[in-house]
Design a protein. Sequence first.
Length: 155
Amino acid sequence: MAERARTRNREIGFIFQSFNLIGDLTVYENVELPLTYRGMRPAERKERGNEALEKVEMAHRAKHLPSQLSGGQQQRVAVARAVGGQPSILLADEPTGNLDSKNGGAVMDLLAGLDAEGSTICMVTHDPRYAEHAEREIHLFDGKVVDGPQGDTEH
C-alpha cells in the first residue's frame, strides 16, 4: 500500500474541476505543499514551485490567496500544483468545467504544451470543443465504453 501511495505521489499529478486549493495558503504554498510530501529539500521545492508558477504565468501572484484570484487564475494555480512535481501522468477531471471559454482555451493550450513536453494527459470532459484536442478519445455511456458519444455501439 505504501509503495502505491509513493508511486501516485511521484508519478501522477491531479487537476480538479473545482481547483481544490487551500484557502488560507498562498498561491506559492498551494503549489509547494505536494512537494513537501515527497520529502523534497526546501531549495528544490522553491525552484520547482517557482518554475511551475512561471509555466502557468502566475508567478506574479505567488503571495496572493486563492480568494484573490479569478476562476481562470485559480485553475492555472491548480495546474501548477499538479505539474510542480514533474509527474509522468496528469489526470484532469473537467479542468475547464468552471471556466469561461477564454480561460478554458488558455488551460487547454497549457495542457497541449505539457503534452508536447512529454506528459501523458488523461482528461475527462463533456465539452466536445476540448475533447477534439485529444489524440485519442474514449467515449463512455452509462459506465460502458462505446464507439460514439450517444452510446449506440458497445466494444
